[in-house]
Design a protein around this ligand. Sequence first.
Ligand code: 0CG
Ligand code: SF4
Length: 316
Amino acid sequence: MTKPPLTIYLAAPRGFCAGVDRAIKIVDMALEKWGAPVYVRHEIVHNKYVVDTLRDKGAVFVDELDECPDDRPVIFSAHGVPKSVPAAAAARDMLFVDATCPLVSKVHIEAERHHAKGLQMIMIGHEGHPETVGTMGQLPEGEVLLVETVDDVAKVEVRDPDKLAFVTQTTLSVDDTADIVAALQARFPAIQGPHKEDICYATTNRQEAVKAAAPKSDALLVVGAPNSSNSKRLVEVAKRAGCDYAQLVQRATDIDWRALEGIKSIGITAGASAPDVLIQEVIDAFGARYDTTVEVVETAQENVEFKVPRVLREPA
Ligand code: 0CG
Ligand code: SF4
């Protein structure tokens, strides 16, 4: 039986970012240096395959520090942690390694700098997301107000409209965030903040690539996890760019083949926490059913790399 033809529009950049790569390497290095078990607070990155692979090597994933023994190392995930977490680990004399992405740490520092100048902070982010919890937790309770939408901007109650600054989560929708920032600046003309927002290069680039691939594609799949903010944003971006059928898939087994019946083209991308092996698995699944031609839709080239601490050791 001949297979029907299908063009795969493979978005580039896609998949692992420098912060994810670094965080995973830190867990691997910790396991090598200290042996199993090494504890990891929160999924190191939001991907089940990555977590399962590290668990098989001896990593133990926990939600809170309380679940870790005092005498084993603990790693904090790429999304960052509130200040209270390393403080609690230090108080227990624990050995800990912070795998927070340097681009998230940069936002933490921004928030602290504004706070030191006496400014109240507004954070644009998703409530309950670990990065938002971590960034808000850099400052004392009540010093950071959360807004998620343009509507929230109208409702937020600030101490002094002339003494305000904003920061954002790194994995938001670039377009939605621009609207929220504009609303903040309209309501609080004196508000200080970054040049645009704090969305990272990886999030921005993956959204741009989807904007280019989606209009050509009859359907688009994003390889990524349902708790991955940057991956979920890619689905939204694809739909807004005119691709009505856009779905998140964790693995090839999640593909709804019936929903894809009759397509002539498919866009494929992956969130910053989705490993290449899963992207390839999805491409191969299409190859098994269709006579595929792969066209790369590239909107940027990335060469960002973050240094991994060469020696993992206890903080002084
Ligand atoms: O996109 P979020 O912040 O939910 O995180 P994920 O682990 O999916 O990827 C980047 C990191 C850290
Ligand atoms: Fe860092 Fe951006 Fe990757 Fe998050 S998505 S880990 S902020 S590079």
